[in-house]
Design a protein. Sequence first.
Length: 238
Amino acid sequence: MPGQDYVYVADSAHCPYGDKSPDYIVARACAVVRFLMDRKADAVVVACNTATAAAVSCLRSRFPIPFIGMEPAVKPAALASHTGVVGVLATANTFKGSLYRDTVMKYAAGVRVIEKVGRGLVEAVERGEVPEALVRRYVREMTDEGADVIVLGCTHFPFLQEAIARAAGPSVRIINPAPAVARQTARVLSVPLSASGMSAEAGSRDFCSTGDPAVLQRTAMSIDPFLTPENFHQVNIQ
C-alpha cells in the first residue's frame, strides 16, 4: 500500500516488552496509540507479538479505530510440517498470552510445538547486531528435536531471518507472519495491495522512536531506499 501515509513508532526507550508486566505493556500501548491518533491514524497495526498478546483486546475496547494484531503463525506451520514438529521462536510474554495458547489448541493439535524463548535477540536487533552464535543455539535446540518449520514469533526476528535460515539449513522452512498482516491491513482499510513496491511518489512516511532513532534509521533505510534522515524523529511519549 505505497500510497498510504504511515506513522511508525518504535518504543525503543522501553524495549524489550518481552519480560515486562502485562499492565506495563498495556500502559505503553495506550500511550503510543494516543500519539498515533493525534496524528490522525485511521487504523493501527500492533506490530509486536508481545503487545498484541497483552494489549490488543484493551486497545479495541478503548479506541474507536480498527487494530490489526500479530497472530502467531502456528496454523500454516502445522500444515507445512512433514515431521509433525514445529518450532516457535518468541518472547516469554508471547507464549503466556491467551491468543498464542488458543491458536496452538485450535490449529496444532496434531503436531508437537517446541517453544523457544529468544532471550537477547530483541536487544541485539535493537543494536543493529546479528548474534550468529546465539541464533544458532536457539535454532539447533529446535531442529535437534525434529522441527522442520520455525515460526518467527516476534517482529524483531525477521531481521535475523537469514541467520536463522543458515543455522536451520535448507530443509527447514521459516515462516514470517508479516505478509499475512499486510494483507489483513489492506482488507480492513479496503485498500488494494500493490505489486509495484516502494517509490519516490509514495505517501508520507514518518518514523518515530522514543529512544535513539539511529538504529531505526539505519534499518528502515536499508529496506526503503527512498527514505531520508528527515523521515526520522525522536519523540517523548508518556
